[in-house]
Design a binder for this molecule. Structure first.
Ligand code: SF4
Length: 347
């Protein structure tokens, strides 16, 4: 809950629908007013309570006495000169900052959101991991990223991917509350099928996503199907080995019937050999999936180099023999350092 120092008022955006309804009941108002309030906050992006014009003036005044509305503030906005993507650095109420990326592609308008400030998982290739972990984002701070980007670009957002800073499966309560409102007709109206939650392989998180029951897409950042190698580049693999990860993914597919996306960052001479492809072939056996190849983007201080065009082609040719749909992720936002694994306030 966002309470400002010395303030008796609460942040209205930090209230879930049920909490707003409870408050309205307490002050003798009808619960349907909650829908109107949610529309003003999330659909229209209005932060001045006195402008909620379809509410009676007396209710607006009462709301303004009890609540304030906090919005994220832009610190920097960088547009890619090549592909239309835009990277946003946004300041939260406590001064901490997160990054979000807008990715236009055909008719799709995707926002890649952060779920934590920093990340505790320390994947060796990741700029965010190098920052360390600061805190989880509240559900409304996740929504604020989508709201801010939508209002800035002036277009309806069609897709949301939880692939920005942080591991969403370590903050699932807030991720689920955010998804609830992303889906709401009175807020963002984005179907669950258009929302992707990506994980570095937190097995209990995959089961919680399964229990959550919505048709959200699962993406797994795999990067190696060889246990020892994966442990080196993604330390979380020690806690959740590939065998357990595969079982959880199969269970997810068995119940949801939704293809899983594997993200595979190509680290040249590290995870792109023939042996790596054979291991990957064994790992994906029985999992209807898509493999998204992401050529590594290096940054200052990074431990790996970028693959050359020839290395990417050679690896792709090996991957094409697998029973999976292979896609090469054009590194959207590369010139603004908004590409995968680069969200770490890089200039
Ligand atoms: S790749 Fe994802 S899980 Fe790994 S350190 Fe980076 S943000 Fe965290």
């Amino acid at each position: 809950m966002d309470i400002r120092a010395g303030e008796h008022r609460l942040n209205l955006k930090a209230q879930r629908r049920g909490e707003i309804e409870k408050y309205l009941k307490e002050i003798g108002e009808k619960p349907y007013r909650a829908t109107q309030i949610i529309r003003w906050l999330w659909q229209k992006g209005e932060s001045d309570i006195m402008k909620f014009s379809d509410l009676p003036l007396s209710l607006r005044k009462k709301l303004a006495e009890d609540f304030f509305v906090h919005s994220v503030e832009p610190v920097s906005i960088k547009k890619s000169s090549s592909d239309g993507s835009i990277k946003f650095l946004l300041r939260l109420f406590d001064g901490k900052e997160v990054e979000s990326v807008f990715i236009p592609d055909g008719k799709r308008r995707t926002v890649c959101v952060s779920s934590q400030v920093g990340c505790p998982l320390k994947c060796a290739f990741c700029a965010t991991g190098m920052l360390g972990y600061k805190r989880n984002l509240e559900f409304w701070e996740i929504l604020e990223q989508v709201r801010f980007v939508r209002d800035y670009v002036g277009e309806r957002i069609t897709n949301v991917v939880f692939m920005g800073m942080g591991e969403p499966m370590l903050n699932l309560d807030n991720v689920f509350s955010a998804i609830d409102l992303l889906q709401e007709n009175d807020a963002f109206k984005i179907g669950a099928r258009k929302i992707t939650v990506s994980t570095a392989g937190i097995v209990p998180g995959i089961y919680r996503l399964l229990e959550y029951g919505k048709q959200v897409k699962l993406a797994v950042s795999l990067n190696s199907a060889i246990q020892e190698k994966r442990e080196k580049i993604m330390p979380i693999a020690r806690r959740y080995p590939l065998s357990e990860l595969k079982k959880a993914i199969l269970d997810y597919y068995r119940i949801k019937r939704r293809w899983v996306t594997f993200e595979y960052i190509q680290l040249p001479e590290v995870n792109d050999s023939e042996e790596d492809v054979r291991a990957l072939e064994r790992f994906i056996k029985g999992i209807p999936c898509k493999i998204n190849l992401i050529p590594y983007n290096s940054f200052e201080g990074s431990l790996f180099r970028e693959p050359s065009e020839r290395e990417i082609e050679r690896f792709l040719r090996k991957l094409y023999r697998l029973k999976a749909t292979i896609t090469l992720r054009k590194s959207k936002g590369k010139d603004i350092k908004g590409a995968c694994g680069q969200l770490a306030y890089l200039k």
